[in-house]
Design a protein around this ligand. Structure first.
Ligand SMILES: CC/C=C\C/C=C\C/C=C\CCC/C=C/C(=O)SCCNC(=O)CCNC(=O)[C@H](O)C(C)(C)COP(=O)(O)OP(=O)(O)OC[C@H]1O[C@@H](n2cnc3c(N)ncnc32)[C@H](O)[C@@H]1OP(=O)(O)O
Length: 332
């Protein structure tokens, strides 16, 4: 058996049985599997492991009835895929506030991976099924009074969620229909485009410093890539939560719409983005995001250790407990 091309991996449709092109010929010249993005310039990695598609959603297997919409839901996220448009919607429905618990993050990553592996899907809209809340960010109870093993598992899941969304080949649009602090804001920032409901009661931002904690470097990098250094620096230091109109002014979100128009507008923006050939858009996206993604990928274990030692400090635990107490008092 000849060795396979160094480009060969789980992103190839023939994986795990390499096709003829994926196997190195006797000349030992690497021949990439034709389904791989062979035109990717050196140094630019494909974003996700899935090969790029071009107009995939338009193709229907001959003789099969047109499958319009498929829905699957586990627990905390409702996923609906419209195969005719190639657009899926992932609706967060984890009451009371869509906090990003370990279970939520695990389900999120599995759902997104399923969509990535579905050749009918080219774009995903992230939104919430809970009125007034997009996501309340990381579940603070996962960071309070737990073992170091738990912190490591939780943080790995947070990293995984970000790597998957920020590095996703598909078009990702956040339809932000409620407040979106910290980790919730990170999800929106990691998408390609953000549309928020035009309601000043809904706010968005990386408010970590208000909890006495520090936004990790990859939260910061993602923010800087959206709004630029100065706005990010001021907003991060102040732990600012920006009401929707201010978020638009600062570029945290791309547009505001009335609540009843949100889904329609998200679908229209998605259609614009999907009108482009996937491979050209995907390579461009990868080129823009690769440096930031690589920074976490190459420091992942270090980042987990950093999180554990930071979170385990008694002073940090105290800040988080006080913050939770403040939330509980406020709520009831
Ligand atoms: C040198 C160091 C260098 C590097 C650092 C290294 C490592 C980094 C370390 C740490 C980084 C961590 C990054 C953290 C990111 C985060 O996402 S932290 C979470 C931040 N989130 C928030 O601040 C939001 C808090 N919540 C709210 O503001 C409000 O709840 C809301 C606006 C979202 C909704 O308001 P209401 O509708 O009024 O709902 P209530 O406030 O009544 O809440 C209902 C219920 O839910 C509980 N809750 C709310 N948010 C959370 C949460 N994030 N996690 C867990 N639980 C939450 C709230 O307590 C209420 O509970 P009950 O009282 O009903 O039991």
């Amino acid at each position: 058996m000849f060795p396979v091309s160094p480009n060969y991996g789980s992103g190839c449709p023939c994986f795990p049985t390499p096709c003829a092109q994926a196997v190195l010929g006797s000349t030992s010249t690497p021949v990439p599997c034709p389904a791989l993005p062979a035109c990717v310039p050196p140094g630019v990695l494909p974003l996700s492991r899935r090969p790029p598609a071009w107009g995939r959603a338009a193709r229907q297997p001959p003789g099969l009835p047109l499958a319009l919409a498929r829905a699957f839901s586990n627990n905390k996220i409702l996923v609906e895929l419209d195969e005719s448009s190639g657009v899926a919607t992932m609706k967060f429905k984890s009451p009371p506030v869509n906090s990003l618990s370990l279970d939520f993050l695990t389900e999120f990553c599995i759902s997104l991976e399923k969509l990535e592996n579905n050749r009918a899907c080219r774009g995903v809209i992230l939104t919430s099924a809970i009125p007034k809340i997009f996501s309340s960010g990381l579940d603070i109870t996962e960071m309070c009074g737990k073992s170091t093993e738990h912190y490591a598992e939780f943080w790995r899941a947070v990293q995984e969620m970000w790597l998957r969304v920020y590095g996703c080949n598909m078009v990702m649009i956040a339809a932000v229909n409620g407040s979106s602090p910290a980790g919730g804001c990170l999800i929106a920032l990691s998408c390609d485009y953000r549309i928020m409901v035009d309601n000043p009661k809904f706010s968005i931002g990386l408010n970590e410093t208000q909890l006495g904690i520090v936004a990790p470097f990859w939260f910061k990098d993602t923010f800087v890539n959206v709004v630029g250094q100065r706005i990010a620096e001021r907003s991060l230091q102040l732990g600012a939560l920006h009401p929707a109109p201010e978020a638009l002014k600062l570029g945290v979100v791309d547009e505001l719409v009335p609540e009843e128009k949100l889904q329609e507008r998200a679908a229209a923006v998605m259609a614009q983005w999907l009108a482009l050939p996937d491979h050209a858009r995907q390579i461009t996206k990868s080129m823009m995001r690769k440096t930031v993604l690589d920074r976490l990928i190459s420091h992942r274990e270090e980042d987990i250790q950093h999180f554990i030692s930071f979170t385990s400090k008694e002073s940090i635990q105290k800040s988080l407990r006080m913050y939770m107490e403040m939330l509980r008092k406020k709520s009831g």
